[in-house]
Design a protein around this ligand. Sequence first.
Ligand SMILES: [Zn+2]
Length: 328
Amino acid sequence: MNKLQTLDYQGILDLNQVQLNARNKLNERIQNKKIIFEDVSCLCGSNEYDVISSIDRYGLEQQTVICKDCGLIRSNPRYIQEEYKLFYETDEYRLLYESNSIKECAMVNFDAAENLKDGQNIIQIISKFKQIDNSVNILEFGCGGGWNLIPFVRRGANCIGIDYGKEYTQLGREYGLNILQGSLESVKGKYDIIILSHVLEHFLDPISDLKEIKSHLCENGLLYISVPNITNLSLAQIQSAHTYYFCPDNLQYYVQSAGFKIIDYGKSQNIHMYGLFKRGDIAPDINLLSLSKKNMYRVIKQMKVITYIKLMLKKLHLFEILKTILKR
Ligand SMILES: [Zn+2]
């Protein structure tokens, strides 16, 4: 038996009163069994796991586990599909994450340099392999308001974005982008480039969803995926909305399993990573899973030591003082 123990902590983020109220309301619904959870196996098929933590960064009751066989981290048990839908639609969720309304959010400004940065990085990566001009059809699934598509639109590409969110998609259309509100089922047609920026970690069934996405990718098309890189694990990254937490090795393995081969990989936005993929039906390399398992167990051990030290310093009111000193 592995001796990995659950961390006992009160949520690692400092929350304001609005966030605290939203968090407490959600926890009350969980404790009163108003939210339905389900057990899910790992993507490798295994049901053997060790518990990493029992609550998320906000202090929401959500167990996070690591698969004993492949090292993939996942939420388990997790909300059933209908609950996730409600979770994204409720005010509590938005208040917890953004602590203000969408209309007041910084993302409303479509021309702000900060909001265009990610799209510019993506176009730079893709341009190494494909020229972006008016002959190229692009789909971004999970596009929010569509900020990432703006640099592509400016190069003349034909872009379409799809997202679950009603208000963000509305904002994108008001800005003049071709953005639809919908799910993966609403994707129609074939594309030269498909972008999944910080979306895969929310999918309930990533392999089957990626296979569906593949059916919309042209023969020589490119699939861009960016996700958090969980080798930078800290409890601040653990959140109910994330179903899976990938590291470079298991990301490559599971995307390969859906019928893709990797052509480029790198760091994106400090603690995140990207992979660029082509269609390719090759057997996924099983060695990637043993590497992932070895690395992730090591990462978790390190994180636990760091977290205990941080919490201890916080308890002794030394954390802020130490941070100030280190900043000097
Ligand atoms: Zn597994």
